[in-house]
Design a protein around this ligand. Structure first.
Ligand code: NAP
Length: 220
């Protein structure tokens, strides 16, 4: 792995991923909205920034050129299929054989075998309804984005994050194929470690075509 692209580099998760990727010695290309370029100011000169919408195929095509890995933050903001467009652009334009790692939440299920708490089910129902009503976000968009990834024959991993908190790293999170596994009981991960897991997944063959649900290794 020499060169990686981080799609959504200016967000909280994205900035942690940039740092982990640089620490590993990768050459980094970051894609972020033009109005957010300033958030990456401290990294000026250390990474290449491609400003633009992450669901714009031309922007993604330019950014992922020559990259061995692509880390994509999937967010369901707005009601214009933003996450789906972002995932599709990466699937269409990443180099054949590249490792593709996507982020999402626990509410995404690959095979319907996840066991969710009533709290999470209620949150998804209420937040999903309110978000769509106000046109703030469309949770189904992230579901569709992940469905397309799951169906693709690329070398993908979909990392499903628990609730997140800030704080110093506790190490690489634990993972399971299914929410409801006792190892994930804490439902809490440090954001810096979510990013660590995403970046480590680039070189973890065991995670190819897996959708690990993760939780902090010391929050169990
Ligand atoms: N928050 C949680 O508790 C939680 C829990 C589980 C999983 N996750 C997953 O973790 C990932 C990132 O979560 P995060 O909370 O750490 O957020 P984050 O890193 O701050 O990411 C937000 C991303 O969304 C972009 N964004 C914000 N508003 C936007 C808009 N209106 N249109 C387009 N893009 C917009 C941001 O770009 P700008 O820098 O340009 O604003 C940034 O790239 C997501 O995949 C999420 O599903 C989050």
């Amino acid at each position: 792995m020499n060169k990686v692209c981080i799609v959504g580099a200016s967000g909280k998760l994205g900035q942690y991923m940039v740092q982990h990727a640089l620490d590993r010695g990768y050459e980094v290309v970051g894609v972020c909205r033009p109005q957010s370029v300033g958030k990456l100011g401290a990294l000026k000169g250390r990474i290449t920034i491609v400003p633009g919408a992450t669901n714009d195929p031309e922007v993604i095509k330019q950014a992922v050129a020559g990259c061995d890995g692509v880390l994509t933050v999937l967010v369901p903001w707005g009601v214009k299929q933003f996450a789906t467009g972002t995932a599709q652009a990466v699937l269409d334009h990443a180099k054949p054989g590249a490792r593709l790692v996507f982020s999402c939440g626990w509410h995404i299920s690959r095979d319907g075998q996840d066991v969710y708490s009533w709290k999470l089910k209620t949150f998804v129902k209420v937040f999903g309804w309110l978000a769509r009503l106000t046109r703030f976000a469309d949770l189904d968009d992230q579901v569709e984005a992940c469905r397309r990834v799951f169906e693709s024959d690329t070398r993908w991993t979909v990392v499903r994050g628990s609730d997140l908190e800030e704080g110093d790293s506790q190490g690489l999170p634990v993972w399971s194929r299914h929410v409801g596994d006792p190892i994930l009981a804490s439902n809490l991960t440090r954001r810096v470690d979510f990013a660590r897991f995403m970046v480590a997944a680039l070189e973890d063959e065991a995670l190819v075509q897996e959708a690990p649900a993760i939780a902090g290794c010391q929050t169990v």
